[in-house]
Design a protein around this ligand. Structure first.
Ligand code: NDP
Ligand code: OXD
Length: 314
């Protein structure tokens, strides 16, 4: 019945401090510090866990990904066939929405141009179009994609989304499946990638799909924004598209290899904003209660919420 954390690049001490008082009858322990009773470990809270954890904790009953994404687990051959749940939380969704809206507005309001002008002490006004004239297309209309879609819609942008299954959300045009991808891309001025990393999304944003984006929008060329996962983009194709002008600009938070290697050509593009996978953190103050509810609900034998579909990989 104990809870073990195996976390990389997380403030593990803060998670333990938050969780232990909420779970007074269990031990909440960090894997790296040593587990006192391996046979009693039922729940694993994981972010890029040590793969050895699975063979050393033989009685695990459930795994909770402390992020929305589960590719850090799905890629492990050692992953046991146990219920796997992930984070769906308004705090996480709203942090992601902030990043997506901020990046969209930076490109829409021509901020890179004005920042360059400021460095040169150069005063020049450029024509500004309205949000209603810009077509935003969101790859992945799940929890986070839908949150971002609604926020962008409320600012006046035309918003469409692409997902595996069809959606019916007022004011947001839905495209789904491979067959509808070209039609979706052709009517997109700002492409926002919020897809999970799965075999089916691998390098989905590539030279061919980028070439399908609309070249007739008010920004003077399409813009690419990604806070989903780096594995779903072909970074060489993005570099080429930024070099050739096929892409007007980009904002990217996630990369195939993180940290983004110093040798990546993406660093050099002045019209490509790079952030180091910070679009949204899983915040222990906001999310601990959710984790405790998941554990307690599992032990009451209730149907689990936010279970990962192990076959689809997200
Ligand atoms: P969801 O599972 O709720 O949504 C995923 C969406 O992608 C769904 O709409 C799904 O379609 C769609 N999708 C998946 N596979 C395909 C496919 N092959 N073709 C078309 N559509 C597909 O995930 P979340 O919205 O909660 O999170 C999305 C991702 O955001 C996470 O997986 C994670 O990688 C990333 N993330 C990044 C963070 C950061 O800091 N940069 C922080 C948090 C999350 P359908 O609806 O039909 O199932
Ligand atoms: C997540 C992330 O998946 O932070 O939650 O990337």
């Amino acid at each position: 019945m104990n809870v073990i954390l195996s976390l990389k690049n997380f403030n593990q001490a803060e998670w333990i401090d938050r969780l232990q008082p909420l779970l007074p009858n269990r031990k909440v322990e960090g894997w790296d510090e040593g587990v006192s009773e391996p046979d009693q470990a039922s729940f694993l809270l994981a972010w890029k866990p040590d793969p050895a954890v699975f063979s050393k904790l033989p009685n695990l009953k459930m795994i909770i990904s402390l992020g929305a994404g589960v590719d850090h687990l799905m890629s492990l051959p050692e992953l046991p066939n146990l219920p796997l749940v992930r984070i769906i939380d308004p705090d996480l969704t709203s942090r992601m929405t902030e990043w997506v809206v901020f990046q969209t507005l930076l490109h829409h309001r021509q901020h890179l141009t004005y920042a360059t002008q400021q460095k040169a002490h150069y005063w020049k006004q450029h024509r500004q179009w309205a949000a209603k004239d810009v077509r935003v297309g969101i790859l992945g209309l799940g929890e986070i994609g839908l949150g971002a879609a609604k926020a962008l819609k409320s600012l006046g942008f035309q918003v469409a989304g692409w997902s595996r299954s069809a959606k019916d959300t007022a004011g947001i045009e839905s495209f789904h499946g491979q067959d509808q991808l070209p039609g979706f891309l052709k009517q997109t001025d700002i492409l926002i990638n919020l897809l999970p990393s799965t075999p089916a999304t691998h390098k989905l944003v590539n030279a061919k799909t980028l070439a399908m984006l609309s070249q007739s929008g008010p920004l003077g060329g399409p813009v690419y924004i990604n806070a989903g996962r780096g594995a779903s983009q072909d970074e060489a194709a993005i570099d080429d598209a930024l070099t050739s002008g096929l892409l007007k600009g980009a904002s990217i938070d996630v990369f195939a290899v993180e940290p983004l290697p110093e040798t990546s050509p993406l660093w050099k593009h002045e019209n490509c904003i790079i952030t180091p996978h910070v679009a949204a953190e899983s915040n222990p103050a906001a999310i601990s209660k959710y984790v405790v509810e998941q554990i307690e609900s599992f032990e009451r034998g209730e149907a689990m919420k936010n279970l990962v579909d192990l076959e689809a990989g997200y």
